[in-house]
Design a binder for this molecule. Sequence first.
Ligand SMILES: [Zn+2]
Length: 295
Amino acid sequence: MSKNSTLEAMLKQYEQNSSSKSSNNTKKEYDLKNYFTTFLKDKENEATKRIRIIPTTDGTTPFKEIWGHKIQVEGEWKTFICPKHEKNEDCPFCEAHDALRATGDEAKKELAKKYNARRMYVVKVVDREKEEEGIKFWRFNHDYRKQGILDKIHGVLKAVQQNITDPKTGRDLMVFIARDQNKKPVVSTISHVDPSPLSSDADLEQEWLNDTRTWEDVYAVKPYDYLEIIVKGGVPVWDKEASKFVDKSSVSEESDNLDEEVTLGVPNVRPNVVAATTATVTESSDNDEDDDLPF
Ligand SMILES: [Zn+2]
Protein backbone atom coordinates (compact mmCIF):
# COMPACT_ATOMS: atom_id res chain seq x y z
CA MET A 1 0.00 0.00 0.00
CA SER A 2 1.50 3.32 -1.01
CA LYS A 3 1.83 6.17 1.40
CA ASN A 4 -0.87 8.06 -0.37
CA SER A 5 -3.49 5.36 -0.27
CA THR A 6 -2.81 4.82 3.43
CA LEU A 7 -3.30 8.51 3.93
CA GLU A 8 -6.55 8.35 2.03
CA ALA A 9 -7.69 5.39 4.10
CA MET A 10 -6.94 7.22 7.32
CA LEU A 11 -8.66 10.37 6.20
CA LYS A 12 -11.68 8.40 5.16
CA GLN A 13 -11.78 6.58 8.47
CA TYR A 14 -11.53 9.86 10.35
CA GLU A 15 -14.28 11.39 8.27
CA GLN A 16 -16.57 8.41 8.82
CA ASN A 17 -15.97 8.22 12.54
CA SER A 18 -16.32 11.90 13.17
CA SER A 19 -19.50 12.21 11.18
CA SER A 20 -21.33 9.38 12.92
CA LYS A 21 -21.55 10.75 16.41
CA SER A 22 -25.10 9.61 16.88
CA SER A 23 -25.55 5.90 16.71
CA ASN A 24 -29.18 5.35 17.52
CA ASN A 25 -30.81 2.95 15.15
CA THR A 26 -33.22 5.40 13.61
CA LYS A 27 -30.46 7.47 12.15
CA LYS A 28 -30.04 7.03 8.46
CA GLU A 29 -27.33 8.47 6.35
CA TYR A 30 -28.93 10.57 3.67
CA ASP A 31 -26.93 11.12 0.58
CA LEU A 32 -28.28 13.82 -1.71
CA LYS A 33 -26.99 11.85 -4.69
CA ASN A 34 -29.72 9.26 -4.09
CA TYR A 35 -32.56 11.63 -4.88
CA PHE A 36 -33.83 13.10 -8.10
CA THR A 37 -35.67 16.31 -7.40
CA THR A 38 -37.35 19.04 -9.38
CA PHE A 39 -36.09 21.92 -7.29
CA LEU A 40 -35.38 25.28 -8.86
CA LYS A 41 -32.73 27.59 -7.52
CA ASP A 42 -33.77 30.97 -6.22
CA LYS A 43 -33.20 33.01 -9.37
CA GLU A 44 -33.91 30.20 -11.77
CA ASN A 45 -37.23 30.42 -13.59
CA GLU A 46 -37.10 27.21 -15.53
CA ALA A 47 -35.05 24.11 -16.01
CA THR A 48 -35.04 21.01 -18.17
CA LYS A 49 -33.85 17.66 -16.93
CA ARG A 50 -33.22 14.63 -19.10
CA ILE A 51 -33.82 11.36 -17.33
CA ARG A 52 -34.10 7.66 -18.08
CA ILE A 53 -36.35 5.37 -16.10
CA ILE A 54 -34.62 2.18 -14.96
CA PRO A 55 -36.69 -0.97 -15.68
CA THR A 56 -37.49 -3.44 -12.94
CA THR A 57 -35.77 -6.83 -13.08
CA ASP A 58 -39.09 -8.72 -13.17
CA GLY A 59 -40.89 -6.68 -15.79
CA THR A 60 -43.30 -5.07 -13.33
CA THR A 61 -44.09 -1.38 -13.37
CA PRO A 62 -41.16 0.78 -12.30
CA PHE A 63 -43.54 3.12 -10.42
CA LYS A 64 -43.64 1.69 -6.93
CA GLU A 65 -46.69 2.84 -5.00
CA ILE A 66 -46.15 3.90 -1.44
CA TRP A 67 -48.31 5.66 1.13
CA GLY A 68 -47.22 8.58 3.21
CA HIS A 69 -48.49 11.42 5.34
CA LYS A 70 -47.72 15.03 4.57
CA ILE A 71 -47.60 17.65 7.25
CA GLN A 72 -45.85 20.91 7.98
CA VAL A 73 -43.05 20.75 10.52
CA GLU A 74 -41.47 24.05 11.51
CA GLY A 75 -43.03 25.64 8.45
CA GLU A 76 -41.83 23.11 5.90
CA TRP A 77 -43.88 20.37 4.28
CA LYS A 78 -42.52 16.96 5.15
CA THR A 79 -43.46 13.48 4.04
CA PHE A 80 -43.55 10.53 6.42
CA ILE A 81 -43.96 7.02 5.11
CA CYS A 82 -47.03 5.40 6.69
CA PRO A 83 -46.03 2.43 8.92
CA LYS A 84 -49.57 1.04 8.76
CA HIS A 85 -49.82 0.95 4.99
CA GLU A 86 -46.24 -0.14 4.38
CA LYS A 87 -45.45 -2.41 7.32
CA ASN A 88 -48.81 -3.16 8.90
CA GLU A 89 -47.64 -1.46 12.07
CA ASP A 90 -49.35 1.17 14.22
CA CYS A 91 -49.34 4.65 12.73
CA PRO A 92 -50.07 7.76 14.83
CA PHE A 93 -51.29 9.64 11.72
CA CYS A 94 -53.80 6.95 10.79
CA GLU A 95 -54.91 6.68 14.41
CA ALA A 96 -55.55 10.43 14.56
CA HIS A 97 -57.40 10.23 11.26
CA ASP A 98 -59.63 7.36 12.42
CA ALA A 99 -60.30 8.92 15.82
CA LEU A 100 -61.37 12.22 14.27
CA ARG A 101 -63.62 10.52 11.74
CA ALA A 102 -65.19 8.37 14.43
CA THR A 103 -66.48 11.45 16.24
CA GLY A 104 -69.06 11.95 13.49
CA ASP A 105 -68.59 15.69 13.90
CA GLU A 106 -68.37 17.41 10.50
CA ALA A 107 -65.61 19.83 11.49
CA LYS A 108 -63.54 17.01 12.96
CA LYS A 109 -64.11 14.85 9.92
CA GLU A 110 -62.79 17.72 7.84
CA LEU A 111 -59.76 17.98 10.09
CA ALA A 112 -59.22 14.22 9.71
CA LYS A 113 -58.25 14.81 6.06
CA LYS A 114 -55.06 16.42 7.28
CA TYR A 115 -53.95 13.03 8.61
CA ASN A 116 -54.98 11.00 5.59
CA ALA A 117 -52.42 8.71 4.01
CA ARG A 118 -51.56 9.86 0.47
CA ARG A 119 -50.63 7.70 -2.45
CA MET A 120 -47.19 8.42 -3.85
CA TYR A 121 -44.85 6.88 -6.37
CA VAL A 122 -41.16 6.17 -6.30
CA VAL A 123 -39.29 5.46 -9.51
CA LYS A 124 -35.60 4.81 -10.12
CA VAL A 125 -34.04 7.07 -12.73
CA VAL A 126 -30.72 8.19 -14.10
CA ASP A 127 -30.20 11.92 -14.47
CA ARG A 128 -28.34 12.20 -17.78
CA GLU A 129 -26.43 15.23 -16.55
CA LYS A 130 -25.34 13.37 -13.45
CA GLU A 131 -24.79 9.83 -14.62
CA GLU A 132 -21.71 9.54 -12.44
CA GLU A 133 -23.95 9.84 -9.39
CA GLY A 134 -25.70 6.61 -10.31
CA ILE A 135 -29.33 5.72 -9.87
CA LYS A 136 -31.58 8.23 -8.16
CA PHE A 137 -34.95 7.79 -6.54
CA TRP A 138 -37.73 10.16 -7.57
CA ARG A 139 -40.72 10.38 -5.27
CA PHE A 140 -43.84 12.26 -6.32
CA ASN A 141 -47.48 12.44 -5.37
CA HIS A 142 -50.44 10.83 -7.00
CA ASP A 143 -52.65 13.60 -8.39
CA TYR A 144 -56.38 12.95 -8.32
CA ARG A 145 -56.86 15.84 -10.75
CA LYS A 146 -54.83 13.85 -13.31
CA GLN A 147 -52.31 16.64 -13.69
CA GLY A 148 -49.48 14.92 -11.87
CA ILE A 149 -46.15 13.60 -12.95
CA LEU A 150 -47.44 10.08 -13.54
CA ASP A 151 -50.25 11.51 -15.69
CA LYS A 152 -47.68 13.35 -17.78
CA ILE A 153 -45.56 10.22 -18.21
CA HIS A 154 -48.73 8.34 -19.11
CA GLY A 155 -49.20 10.88 -21.88
CA VAL A 156 -45.81 9.87 -23.27
CA LEU A 157 -46.70 6.17 -23.08
CA LYS A 158 -49.90 6.81 -24.99
CA ALA A 159 -48.02 8.72 -27.64
CA VAL A 160 -45.18 6.26 -28.24
CA GLN A 161 -47.04 3.01 -27.44
CA GLN A 162 -43.81 1.47 -26.27
CA ASN A 163 -41.98 0.37 -23.12
CA ILE A 164 -39.90 3.48 -22.54
CA THR A 165 -37.78 1.66 -19.94
CA ASP A 166 -36.40 -0.96 -22.36
CA PRO A 167 -32.58 -0.89 -22.05
CA LYS A 168 -32.11 -1.18 -25.83
CA THR A 169 -35.08 0.56 -27.40
CA GLY A 170 -36.41 2.72 -24.60
CA ARG A 171 -36.48 6.48 -24.48
CA ASP A 172 -35.17 9.26 -22.31
CA LEU A 173 -37.69 11.71 -20.93
CA MET A 174 -37.41 15.48 -20.87
CA VAL A 175 -38.80 16.98 -17.69
CA PHE A 176 -39.61 20.66 -18.01
CA ILE A 177 -39.83 22.65 -14.80
CA ALA A 178 -41.18 26.19 -14.74
CA ARG A 179 -42.72 28.58 -12.25
CA ASP A 180 -46.45 29.02 -12.08
CA GLN A 181 -48.32 32.29 -11.47
CA ASN A 182 -47.42 31.99 -7.78
CA LYS A 183 -43.72 31.62 -8.61
CA LYS A 184 -43.88 28.03 -7.47
CA PRO A 185 -41.85 25.52 -9.50
CA VAL A 186 -44.03 23.01 -11.30
CA VAL A 187 -43.32 20.15 -13.65
CA SER A 188 -45.05 21.73 -16.62
CA THR A 189 -44.43 19.10 -19.29
CA ILE A 190 -42.81 15.72 -19.75
CA SER A 191 -41.89 14.70 -23.26
CA HIS A 192 -39.82 11.99 -24.92
CA VAL A 193 -36.88 11.89 -27.29
CA ASP A 194 -35.93 9.29 -29.91
CA PRO A 195 -35.20 5.73 -28.77
CA SER A 196 -31.71 5.11 -27.43
CA PRO A 197 -29.93 2.49 -25.33
CA LEU A 198 -29.86 2.93 -21.58
CA SER A 199 -26.11 3.33 -21.89
CA SER A 200 -23.40 2.86 -24.50
CA ASP A 201 -21.20 1.52 -21.72
CA ALA A 202 -22.17 -2.14 -21.25
CA ASP A 203 -20.67 -2.41 -17.77
CA LEU A 204 -22.40 0.70 -16.54
CA GLU A 205 -25.67 -0.47 -18.03
CA GLN A 206 -25.40 -3.79 -16.18
CA GLU A 207 -24.57 -1.97 -12.96
CA TRP A 208 -27.73 0.10 -13.27
CA LEU A 209 -29.91 -2.83 -14.27
CA ASN A 210 -28.63 -4.93 -11.38
CA ASP A 211 -29.12 -2.26 -8.74
CA THR A 212 -31.26 -4.02 -6.14
CA ARG A 213 -31.99 -1.07 -3.90
CA THR A 214 -35.60 -0.21 -3.21
CA TRP A 215 -37.23 2.92 -1.84
CA GLU A 216 -36.80 1.49 1.65
CA ASP A 217 -33.06 1.91 1.30
CA VAL A 218 -33.35 5.65 0.91
CA TYR A 219 -36.59 6.61 2.68
CA ALA A 220 -36.83 5.63 6.34
CA VAL A 221 -40.06 4.54 7.97
CA LYS A 222 -39.88 6.48 11.22
CA PRO A 223 -40.72 4.80 14.53
CA TYR A 224 -44.05 5.28 16.26
CA ASP A 225 -42.72 7.52 19.05
CA TYR A 226 -41.16 9.82 16.53
CA LEU A 227 -44.33 10.15 14.44
CA GLU A 228 -46.47 10.62 17.53
CA ILE A 229 -44.55 13.78 18.41
CA ILE A 230 -45.09 15.09 14.87
CA VAL A 231 -48.82 14.38 14.99
CA LYS A 232 -49.04 16.31 18.25
CA GLY A 233 -47.45 19.29 16.51
CA GLY A 234 -44.00 18.87 18.04
CA VAL A 235 -40.51 18.41 16.69
CA PRO A 236 -38.74 15.19 17.64
CA VAL A 237 -35.18 15.28 18.90
CA TRP A 238 -33.19 12.34 20.21
CA ASP A 239 -32.62 12.48 23.96
CA LYS A 240 -29.43 10.50 24.46
CA GLU A 241 -29.80 10.14 28.22
CA ALA A 242 -33.38 8.90 28.10
CA SER A 243 -32.61 7.04 24.88
CA LYS A 244 -35.84 8.08 23.24
CA PHE A 245 -37.38 10.80 21.12
CA VAL A 246 -38.74 13.82 22.93
CA ASP A 247 -40.43 16.99 21.77
CA LYS A 248 -37.91 19.76 21.27
CA SER A 249 -40.12 22.28 23.06
CA SER A 250 -40.30 20.10 26.18
CA VAL A 251 -36.60 20.34 26.86
CA SER A 252 -34.13 23.14 27.34
CA GLU A 253 -32.27 24.19 24.21
CA GLU A 254 -28.95 24.00 26.05
CA SER A 255 -29.29 20.40 27.12
CA ASP A 256 -26.24 18.34 26.23
CA ASN A 257 -28.33 15.25 25.90
CA LEU A 258 -30.01 16.25 22.70
CA ASP A 259 -28.82 15.06 19.40
CA GLU A 260 -29.68 17.81 16.99
CA GLU A 261 -28.72 15.71 14.03
CA VAL A 262 -31.96 13.84 14.23
CA THR A 263 -33.98 16.99 14.58
CA LEU A 264 -36.55 16.98 11.88
CA GLY A 265 -36.21 20.58 10.96
CA VAL A 266 -32.61 20.25 9.98
CA PRO A 267 -31.62 23.71 8.81
CA ASN A 268 -32.42 23.78 5.16
CA VAL A 269 -29.51 22.29 3.30
CA ARG A 270 -30.44 24.29 0.28
CA PRO A 271 -31.48 27.72 1.40
CA ASN A 272 -33.61 29.64 -1.07
CA VAL A 273 -34.39 26.55 -3.04
CA VAL A 274 -38.02 25.84 -3.61
CA ALA A 275 -39.37 22.49 -4.61
CA ALA A 276 -41.22 21.92 -7.84
CA THR A 277 -44.67 20.50 -7.74
CA THR A 278 -47.20 19.60 -10.29
CA ALA A 279 -49.81 21.85 -8.79
CA THR A 280 -50.97 24.49 -11.17
CA VAL A 281 -53.47 26.00 -8.80
CA THR A 282 -52.57 27.13 -5.33
CA GLU A 283 -55.22 25.86 -3.01
CA SER A 284 -54.79 28.46 -0.28
CA SER A 285 -53.36 26.96 2.88
CA ASP A 286 -54.14 23.47 1.70
CA ASN A 287 -51.31 23.49 -0.75
CA ASP A 288 -49.19 20.61 0.40
CA GLU A 289 -47.76 19.50 -2.89
CA ASP A 290 -44.22 20.55 -2.12
CA ASP A 291 -41.52 18.12 -3.03
CA ASP A 292 -39.25 17.36 -0.12
CA LEU A 293 -36.28 15.31 0.93
CA PRO A 294 -36.31 12.68 3.67
CA PHE A 295 -34.68 14.72 6.44
ZN1 LIG B 1 -50.51 6.08 8.51
